[in-house]
Design a protein around this ligand. Structure first.
Ligand code: AHR
Length: 511
């Protein structure tokens, strides 16, 4: 049995979690929209075609903000195709996923869906094949009250009140050659600056995120952020980050260590952003929007995922089935995000339904929770508050994580503590998010909670399974689910917890 300890003090805070840290993402990709959130004719669908069974699971999952409509898709999207009478909307070839986009769902339907789900919308504009003009028109269409061509068109389409969308992404992964109209940092920085300027002239209350690198392993990483912010610093509040974890190497220990690279990624982008600020003698701090993150690899490398034959509508692509092992890595990423609550003020689990998603559906059939559903739902429910500086004492192990990019085989050495932890306090007490990455041994964790008075455990769950490859499915929808953690003890002022090997644990302590 390993030993570990966590010391924290109510007065020593990292920062408050912004509600937008618990966001997710809906792209026009595969069955995320069509057959996911929207399926007219489904037994649970309302008159707008919104699946009620999916809405119920989304409510349980607890995302606070939803990014839309892409993703790679947005870099070729004409937003005008998706508004107005559905019968008049054009079908288009989507060159992001080699499918046909029918456009029967668009911006207004998305806003209605967000209202139904009680989630804030986050819209991305096309800075691939289009530029600032299309972006500013979309802001005018969505947010201007009326009396102009674009805002009156929204009213004519049936949405009298402005959508009042606050959070806007300036394009998507423009650094990636796979993107429609991939750009250099200079090209993108200029267009993003000009688009941002006009969007904000229309609605000064909006917040804007510039595209950072689409991965820490991109060859342009670092220089990209520096140059993009050099152009956009005065116009944006956020820079974005994207990460997808993989276990291509079938090395579970390295896979479980990989969220620690997310910590590095965040801290490096903070440093670059602050260096840009320093060059300007500016005290403005650019915040981070981690607006795509998840485990994704099984359905990633196969180029067949970009279905080229027949240009199908909403084919089942990128339908990653998540294992217990994936849920542990996912939990580790939740901890990394929480522990940077001072600078990561928005984040989006990519994606929401069917496409690399916590929720799966059968077209015409049921919906169920994937393994990664649980850590996200727990983080969203119990992660609201002030993240505390947790001093974690734990033995560590050496791992080498394989994260390929193109033809390059990249390995990253990681010194990973077996115990990864985050502590979030609120008015009533404290929530602990704990990952035991040891595959063989339990760990006894002793807590030294300072400044709270006497605390007792009010809720304790563990997520684990004897088979790390166990998955949830339509046939066995709850094969992997949290169970009550029994291994805890309170003696005098100390609480100790016994965490099982390869387990994700959430503990609630109250006075
Ligand atoms: O989320 C799937 C895809 O991953 C998105 O479309 C893109 O932005 C990223 O490469």
């Amino acid at each position: 049995m390993r030993q570990a300890s966590i010391t924290f003090d109510r007065a020593f805070a990292i920062g408050d979690t912004d509600p937008r840290l618990f966001g997710a993402f809906v792209e026009h990709l595969g069955r995320c929209v069509y057959g996911g959130i929207y399926e007219p004719g489904h037994p649970t669908a309302d008159k707008r075609g919104f699946r009620k069974d999916v809405l119920d699971l989304v409510t349980e999952l607890g995302p606070t903000i939803m990014r839309y409509p892409g993703g790679n898709f947005v870099s070729g999207y004409n937003w005008e195709d998706g508004v107005g009478p559905v019968k008049d909307r054009p079908a288009r070839l989507d060159l992001a996923w080699f499918t046909t986009e029918p456009n029967s769902f668009g911006t207004n339907e998305f806003i209605d869906w967000c209202r139904a789900a009680k989630i804030e919308p986050m819209l991305a504009v096309n800075l691939g094949t289009r530029d600032g003009d299309a972006a500013r028109n979309l802001v005018e269409y969505c947010n201007h009250p009326g009396g102009t061509a674009w805002s009156d068109l929204r009213i004519k389409h049936g949405w009298k009140k402005p959508h009042d969308v606050k959070f806007w992404c300036l394009g998507n992964e423009v650094d990636g050659p796979w993107q429609m109209e991939h750009k250099t940092a200079t090209e993108y920085g200029r267009v993003a600056h000009e688009a941002a300027k006009m969007m904000r002239w229309i609605d000064p209350s909006i917040e804007l995120a510039a595209c950072g690198s689409s991965g820490r392993n991109m060859p342009t990483y670092g220089r990209w952020e520096d140059e993009v912010l050099e152009h956009t610093f005065d116009q944006v509040e956020f820079i974005s980050l994207h990460t997808y974890f993989n276990n291509y190497a079938s090395d579970t220990k390295a896979f479980l260590a990989s969220p620690d690279l997310m910590d590095n990624f965040i801290e490096e982008v903070v440093a670059i952003s602050d260096a840009v600020a320093a060059r300007r003698r500016s005290d403005k701090r650019i915040m981070l929007s981690f607006d795509e993150w998840n485990v994704w690899y099984r359905t990633r490398r196969v180029r067949a995922d970009r279905v080229k034959e027949g240009w199908p509508v909403a084919p089942p692509i990128l339908e990653e089935v998540y294992s217990m092992e994936d849920a542990l890595v996912f939990g580790g990423a939740c901890i990394s995000l929480l522990n940077h609550a001072d600078r990561v003020k928005a984040a989006c689990l990519a994606q929401l339904v069917n496409v690399i998603a916590p929720i799966m559906t059968e077209t015409g059939g049921p919906a169920w929770r994937q393994t990664i559903f649980w850590p996200f739902a727990q983080m969203s429910r119990l992660g609201r508050g002030t993240v505390l500086k947790a001093i974690v004492k734990s033995e560590s192990y050496q791992a080498s994580y394989f994260d390929p990019r193109g033809k390059q085989d990249l390995f990253y050495p990681i010194d990973a503590p077996y115990l990864k932890a985050s502590v979030v306090s609120d008015d009533k007490g404290v929530s602990l998010f704990l990952l035991n990455r040891d595959l063989e041994q339990p760990v006894t964790v002793t807590l030294d909670a300072r400044g709270f008075g006497k605390l007792k455990v009010t809720e304790a769950t563990e997520l684990r399974h004897s088979d790390l490859q166990a998955v949830n499915s339509k046939a066995e929808p709850l094969k992997v689910k949290p169970a009550t953690l029994k291994g805890f003890a309170t003696k005098a002022d100390t609480i100790s917890l016994e965490l099982q090997p390869a387990s994700w644990n959430v503990i609630r302590l109250e006075g």
